[in-house]
Design a protein around this ligand. Structure first.
Ligand code: HAM
Length: 448
């Protein structure tokens, strides 16, 4: 039996590949205008980066990381030898920890200068149970901004995320932007204690995992899927009562800036997010039409202690990431724009050897023509068959390749320097001279 791709992964090709390219193009334009520069970091990092950066009490670190060892180290492991922590590598489950590591390691952070503003696009890996909108390899586009605690940057990040959705063709009227502040190292400990106490006083309604969570990371219980925990947590204390003056003022500014930018949001005091590095602002955008349980298309927030946590300078940061596959589902459900940017597809059909050599020249000449996509019959010869196939066979191929127009070229056409142009949707024919084809169809025509 042929080997299949691993569960929870997809091959990207055809229209979806075009959509991924388009998504990156929209990101480049949207983020570029706000002074964010594209970077690329390795798809794997030292395991320790994620354990320290994302937090060892999160599901991502505890249950969902794909960790890798080189061949030699696997042998060592089998024979019971210790593997050095340097050799323990993990496929990145998200882009923030790697981006911050790169900024620290490459010395991009200069506290006397403007903040570092970077963006990235690429595959991420999480060993989750696959379902619609949840994969084991998926693609994210994200931005990170390091070196400023100015609330205008939090609001700008949110506006940029919503703008990216719009540019890509997602109906933002079907989105809800959830917003919260998780406080800082000064005010969060008291809040954590309050939630822990609440869980302990509700032991009969809480699941075993939440009881364990209560010790290490009680806020995780807000995300528990167990219906009893969910309903119990509705009465849990909320962070807004615990924010210190500094966090309150910061959050008020973020909201003011969003109001100013006319960016709608809903305050959700139970939004805690699944990664432990967040401080102050957190946000998540859900798409409310047909995505089912996995309807978060993007999310992020501030992480003022992450750089220090991974051994860098104590500088604040913030960012977000959006999931390509979920955004594509949202775009399809939005139907606010045509599905893909369609190029004008021309299929040239030569009917004899002479016309074929002309067609081949035309094919090469138009390789870099941004206006059209020119294709022709390039199937290998079958033994004993002439290399120019019948009109019927070539037309079938043209239809299959989704071309809009066929340019038919026989001996008459070659003599009269024209094409028979067939509209492949209406099947209507017309004659167009080589000169007119140059102008009307934006093609380059070879000198015979
Ligand atoms: P996240 O919320 O874990 O945040 O992921 C961001 C987005 O990636 C989600 O909203 C979702 O669209 C997509 N996503 C996550 N997991 C999967 C999956 N298994 N299958 C398909 N799509 C998925 C982060 O990753 C943070 N690093 C965001 C950030 C950047 N915060 C600050 N800077």
């Amino acid at each position: 039996m042929a080997i299949k791709r691993p569960e929870g992964t997809f091959d990207l090709f055809g229209q979806e590949m075009q959509e991924w390219e388009l998504f990156k193009k929209c990101a480049n334009e949207t983020f570029g205008a706000a002074a964010y520069e594209l970077i690329q970091t390795p798809t794997f990092e030292k395991t320790e980066l994620f354990v320290r950066g994302i937090g060892d009490t999160t599901d991502v670190v505890n249950k969902e990381m794909y960790s890798a060892l080189s061949g030699g180290n696997i042998e060592k492991l089998k024979s019971g030898e210790e593997i050095s922590s340097k050799a323990q590598l993990t496929l990145r489950p998200e882009g923030t920890a790697g981006a911050v590591r790169a900024a620290v390691e490459n010395g991009w952070i200069d506290q006397a200068s403007q903040p570092v503003r970077i963006w990235y696009a690429g595959p991420m890996f999480r060993a989750e149970r696959p379902q619609k909108g949840r994969q084991r390899q998926f693609h994210q586009i994200g931005i990170e901004c390091l070196g400023s605690n100015d609330a205008s940057l939090d609001a700008q990040a949110i506006v940029l995320m919503m703008q990216l959705f719009k540019e890509f063709g997602i109906d933002v009227d079907k989105c809800t932007l959830h917003l919260n502040s998780l406080g800082c190292e000064k005010c969060r400990p008291a809040y954590r204690e309050a939630v822990k106490k609440f869980i302990h006083t509700n032991t009969d309604c809480m699941c075993e995992t939440c009881m364990e969570r209560a010790e290490k990371n009680p806020l995780r219980s807000f995300d528990c899927k167990n219906p009893e925990c969910k309903s119990a947590m509705q009465n849990a204390p909320l962070i807004d009562q615990y924010l210190c003056d500094d966090c309150k003022a910061h959050f008020a500014k973020v909201k003011q800036f969003l109001d100013l930018a006319n960016c709608k949001y809903e305050i959700d005091a139970t939004l805690v997010r699944g990664l432990d590095y967040y401080t102050k602002t957190v946000f998540e955008c859900t798409f409310n039409d047909g995505l089912g349980a996995q309807n978060a298309i993007g999310g992020g927030g501030r992480y003022d202690k992450l750089a220090a946590e991974i051994g860098g300078p104590d500088i604040p940061g913030l960012g977000f990431a959006v999931g390509f596959e979920r955004c594509l589902l949202a775009k399809k459900a939005s139907a606010s724009k045509s599905f893909a940017t369609k190029r004008k597809g021309l299929f040239i059909i030569p009917l004899d050897e002479n016309a074929k050599s002309f067609a081949e020249k035309m094919f090469v000449l138009n390789s870099f023509n941004p206006e059209i996509k020119l294709d022709m019959d390039l199937r290998p010869e079958e033994t004993g068959q002439t290399c120019v196939r019948s009109l019927k066979s070539q037309l079938k191929l043209a239809n299959k390749s989704n071309a809009e127009t066929a340019l038919i070229l026989g001996s008459d056409e070659m003599e009269n320097k024209c094409f028979t142009v067939r509209n492949l949707e209406t099947h209507e024919d017309s004659k167009v001279s080589f000169d007119d084809a140059k102008k009307a169809l934006h093609t380059s025509i070879p000198q015979e």
